[in-house]
Write a protein that binds this ligand. Structure first.
Ligand SMILES: [Zn+2]
Length: 68
């Protein structure tokens, strides 16, 4: 299984349906994209991530300087 957004193959199962086997929720270990097994996730090319893009992501938005 591959992440629909970044193509990474390290996918974790983070939740399962109360009724066994109905659905599971998967999450990408690299970019944290998550989806349910009953979906067919589609990520437009513009939103896809490469290792280079992930490395350059600004995780915490910069705080603008205080105004006087
Ligand atoms: Zn991913």
């Amino acid at each position: 299984m591959k992440c629909p957004r970044c193509g990474d193959e390290h996918i974790s199962t983070i939740a399962k349906s109360p009724v066994a086997g109905a659905w599971e929720v998967y999450e990408c270990d690299r970019c944290y994209y998550s989806w349910r097994s009953t979906e067919t996730p589609h990520v437009d090319d513009v939103f896809k991530l490469t290792p280079e893009k992930i490395a350059n992501l600004q995780v915490i938005p910069a705080v603008p300087p205080l105004e006087d």
